[in-house]
Design a protein around this ligand. Structure first.
Ligand SMILES: Cc1ncc(C[n+]2csc(CCOP(=O)(O)OP(=O)(O)O)c2C)c(N)n1
Ligand SMILES: [Mg+2]
Length: 525
């Protein structure tokens, strides 16, 4: 735990057990804050939210066996969204491994259980392995595509004395771009007649260079959910995160050169098997395996996006662009108006909720969105002027993500406004963590979008004429549920009331559950 402090760890999210008692002695001695979850899935989601709010890895301390299997969903979500997370778990005593003796919390090959959704997963065999494994984890977090790391420490290894003084090791910086590839990219972009820039979460931090490049070559800028706000929504070249909408998909298909920065173009953002892109793709990605994916790069650039975009912006000054800024702006207006014209009635209803929330929330509010129809629409209907403010469970799409993510974010950045938005189905997956949020006195509005259904799935059944089976669970009385867990609670009775409730909740002494019913008459007015 003292070694973790040397890597700037100040908070862990966890659940103790007999296996990990000695870890907790270390926590106390090292002065690390422990946030107690109600289920390890909550801990891993909270650690992820903390990482998104702070940029530092979220850390979990959990028991082995059921602690690990419970946490698995949140770890896999962080893996899918390239978030840094360090999971430290207990494990049954080393001599029992693989024997099937029925050791308490026994889990066969525990390191292998999480191997498929971590950067690496290791079982510590003796204490002096720990400094190298922790250093490897932080080298990955800071010097490559960040992804979770899982270290299991058997309960008989945990109390062993350590002679050496463990110190943090120096970690590498991010890879720089190849100057000749940057020059080639600048040349191709300058020649483009219908360029388009597509940015994902890996492009966070590139705003200045992105703006310069887009304006210079007249390129509309499309964002994924994770890339929302890198270019402010109000910029005349911004298409926002409208990739769910047809005209934006068409614009991507029609572009002759696409600059794709820091994104795997995950299906969770567009709901198609594959987006059509017929132009040449110039890709900037820190992860070399992305560069030859199904969106294969005609020009692959493996680098930190910040360095690459700065270099690209500078290189563009040597070339005369073919397309003018005004042409790009006209394309954006046209695409956005076609998208608006194609909105469904339900999307318009969702958009009313987002318009109300947008005006009630400060610009730097972090919105944690669950897999609910309201949030799918929010991807394009909730404008963001600032990056790292909009998070959606996207590709892994684990229901229950929003509330614990928001808790972790609020703990990591207490000065920032944070809200959670979840459906009546999704909220129930992690509703227990309202108790955590109440105990931590978090001023957290939790919007529950209630349509008394797992509507996205019910709609799918209706479309395919499959009888509705298992998609209309009876909702609890959210008022009594929230009160019982120590929260304020209200049911939005009008747009004004919703707005007022959210503002009040942002300054409250505990979380506030705000139920918004899809059948509210005021939403149809
Ligand atoms: C862990 C998990 N189980 C199942 C699903 C499949 N799923 C996706 S959306 C959805 C419905 C969610 O219902 P709700 O939260 O009420 O949102 P709504 O679609 O009604 O807006 C389900 C069951 C999932 N995404 N995650
Ligand atoms: Mg629902």
């Amino acid at each position: 735990m003292r070694l973790l402090v040397a890597y700037e760890v100040d908070t862990v999210f966890g659940m103790a057990g007999t296996m990990t008692l000695e870890l907790y002695r270390g926590l106390a001695r090292a002065g690390i804050r422990h946030v107690q979850c109600r289920n390890e899935q909550g801990a891993s989601f909270m650690a992820d939210g903390y990482a998104r709010a702070t940029g530092k890895p979220g850390v979990c301390t959990i028991i082995g066996g059921p602690g690990v299997t419970n946490a698995a969903t949140g770890i896999a979500q962080a893996y899918s969204d390239s978030q840094p997370m360090l999971v430290i778990s207990g494990a049954s005593p080393a001599p029992t491994h693989g024997k099937g003796w029925g050791a308490i919390h026994e889990l066969n090959d525990q390191a292998a259980v999480t191997a498929g959704f971590t950067a690496f997963s290791a079982m510590v065999r003796y204490p002096d392995e720990v400094p190298e494994l922790i250093a490897r984890a932080f080298a990955l977090f800071r010097g490559s595509r960040p992804r979770p790391v899982h270290l299991s420490v058997p309960r008989d290894i945990l109390p062993l004395p350590v002679e050496a003084d463990w110190k943090a090791r120096r970690t590498p910086s991010l890879p720089m771009p190849d100057p000749s590839a940057i020059d080639e990219a600048a040349k191709r972009l300058a020649q483009a007649r219908r360029p388009l820039i597509f940015v994902g979460g890996g492009a966070v931090g590139t705003r200045t260079a992105l703006t310069e490049i887009a304006e210079r070559i007249g390129a509309p800028v499309l964002a994924t959910n994770a890339g929302k706000g890198i270019l402010p929504h109000s910029h005349p070249l911004s298409l926002g995160c409208s990739i769910l909408q047809r005209a934006s998909q068409q614009a991507l298909a029609d572009a002759d050169v696409v600059l794709l920065v820091g994104s795997e173009v995950a299906a969770g953002d567009h709901f198609l098997t594959k987006l059509e892109i017929s132009g040449d793709i110039i890709r900037i990605d820190i992860d070399p395996t992305e560069l030859t994916s199904m969106y294969c790069a005609a020009l692959p650039i493996q680098a930190d996006a910040r360095a690459a975009m700065q270099a690209l912006s500078a290189a563009l000054s040597h070339y005369e662009p073919t397309c003018e800024r005004s042409q790009g702006e006209r394309r954006v207006q046209d695409i956005l108006s076609r998208n608006a014209a194609e909105m469904t009635d339900l999307e318009k209803l969702h958009a009313r909720v987002w318009t109300t929330l947008r005006s009630a929330l400060p610009a730097d509010t972090m919105v944690m969105g669950d897999a609910t129809q309201l949030v799918y629409t929010g991807s394009f209907a909730m404008p963001m002027e600032i990056e790292r403010c909009w998070y959606y469970s996207g590709n892994y799409c684990a229901l229950g993500f929003a509330l614990p993510m928001a808790i972790g974010a609020k703990i990591g950045a207490p000065q920032r406004p944070v809200i959670a938005v979840a459906g009546d189905g999704g909220i129930m997956f992690t509703v227990n963590e309202l108790a955590t949020a109440a105990e931590e006195h978090l001023a957290l509005p939790v919007i529950v979008w209630n349509n008394d259904a797992l509507k996205a799935i019910a709609d799918g059944m209706d479309e395919r004429r499959i009888p509705r089976i298992g998609v209309e669970p009876r909702s609890p009385d959210f008022v009594r549920l929230a009160e019982g867990l120590g929260c304020h609670v209200t049911r939005a009775a009008s747009a004004e009331h919703l707005s007022q409730s959210v503002r009040q909740a942002l300054g409250a002494d505990r979380p506030t559950v705000i139920e918004v019913r899809e059948d509210s008459p005021w939403l149809r007015a």
